[in-house]
Design a protein around this ligand. Structure first.
Ligand SMILES: [Zn+2]
Length: 83
């Protein structure tokens, strides 16, 4: 026997040449620094006081102050806060 169909060599049906597409540069996230930032009131780090640029009314005396302290469940001005 020994009669086997040989696979044809050199099948040059399609040239396997690498695609020469220019690799597109990956888009750079330029706005990485635009994180969410609380606008307006900037709370101090203490947590017991609150700063308000527009002013807030004291819960005790009614004065309109720009800085209030948390005292006995309400926000009071510096004069009313029991230092
Ligand atoms: Zn007050």
């Amino acid at each position: 026997m020994g009669d086997r169909s040989l696979d044809e060599f050199g099948q040059s049906g399609e040239d396997a040449e690498p695609t020469t597409e220019p690799s597109e540069p990956t888009p750079v996230a330029s706005d990485s620094t635009s994180g969410e930032r609380s606008q307006g009131t900037v709370e101090p780090a203490t947590g017991t006081a609150r700063w308000s640029g527009d002013g807030e009314v004291c819960g005790a005396c009614g004065d309109r102050v720009s800085r209030l302290w948390f005292e006995d469940g309400q926000m009071v001005c510096s004069s009313c806060k029991g230092w």
